[in-house]
Design a protein around this ligand. Structure first.
Ligand SMILES: [Fe+2]
Length: 287
């Protein structure tokens, strides 16, 4: 089993692209083979030169303000804005303020070096942006793969209903998709999950997937049930589950528990989520 819990602030910050530091929370070093998930800080007034790479890269702004150009479009982004640089698309960043800009960054397929270079390649097609800035809109579209998440977008809590699974074994959940195939992501997804509060109820029954998942907690607290271990987690922590790792959650906070979730490979249209309880039957074939 490859699951692990990464505590807030415990990962060492290292130099990344010019002007940036990064804490790699999930990656090859931690047993992941599809996902890389990092907290990236772009220093005040820093510019990240135009570059492209053989993996998709999505981001969710945690705090600060910055400007990003992806292809031919430029956006000013701030907390709760998100976006996608599709595979191979040139992109560049500028932090026009003197305050750090912090983003959750997701890369899939997992980056690797090629012939001693990379995993990214500088691209003169795109310069660090200074003008032509558009604000993100609430719903990202195929031609605008940068959007803004607002809590009012979350639907009322109910049973899980998403690609590859719908049913009652996960309840009291609200989901809002941010990055998926509709905005051009083929290899991964990013979305918001919120579970309603309610004492020690267990809204997410134990299950597993044929893909990797990571959950970056942004509000509330919970017990993560990971392959038979019960582990308290709270905002700022991250849980990673590898393929087939059994996991479930109980909310322990009085406020709703919320996380930013990512998956890679992207879920298949059928057989995305397996609950052992669905497969245990008696001699007559009844549950
Ligand atoms: Fe799951």
């Amino acid at each position: 089993m490859t699951w692990r819990v990464v505590r807030k602030g415990e990962t060492e910050a290292k130099a990344g692209l010019p002007g940036t530091t990064e804490r790699i929370l999930v990656g090859r070093h931690s047993g992941a083979v599809h996902l890389e998930v990092s907290e990236v800080t772009i220093a005040g007034l820093a510019e990240i030169p135009g570059h492209r790479h053989p993996f998709e890269e999505s981001f969710y702004v945690l705090d600060g303000t910055g400007v990003v150009t992806i292809g031919t479009s430029t956006y000013e982004v701030t907390a709760d804005d998100f976006g996608l640089a599709p595979l191979g698309a040139p992109h560049a960043w500028t932090n026009l303020t003197d305050r750090p800009l912090r983003v959750l960054r997701v890369r899939a397929p997992q980056p690797r070096h090629m012939r001693g270079e990379g995993p990214y390649f500088l691209s003169g097609d795109v310069k660090p942006p200074r003008s032509g800035i558009e604000p993100p809109r609430a719903v990202a579209a195929p031609h605008r793969p940068v959007g803004r998440f607002e809590s009012s977008q979350l639907p009322p809590p109910g049973p899980l209903n998403m690609k590859g699974y719908r049913g009652p074994r996960i309840g009291g959940v609200s989901i809002w998709m941010l990055v998926d195939e509709l905005v051009g992501a083929i290899h991964h997804t990013m979305f918001i999950v919120e579970f309603e509060s309610g004492g020690d109820r267990r809204p997410a029954g134990d299950h597993f997937h044929p893909f990797e998942e990571a959950y970056y907690f942004t509000a509330g607290s919970a017990i993560a049930h990971l392959e038979g271990e019960d582990i308290p987690v709270a905002a700022g922590d991250l849980v990673f589950c590898g393929v087939n790792d059994l996991h479930g959650y109980s909310v322990t906070s009085n406020e709703p528990m919320r996380w930013i979730e990512v998956q890679s490979p992207a879920p298949p249209p059928h057989g995305a989520t397996f609950f052992p309880d669905d497969w245990h039957t008696d001699a007559d074939g009844h549950p």
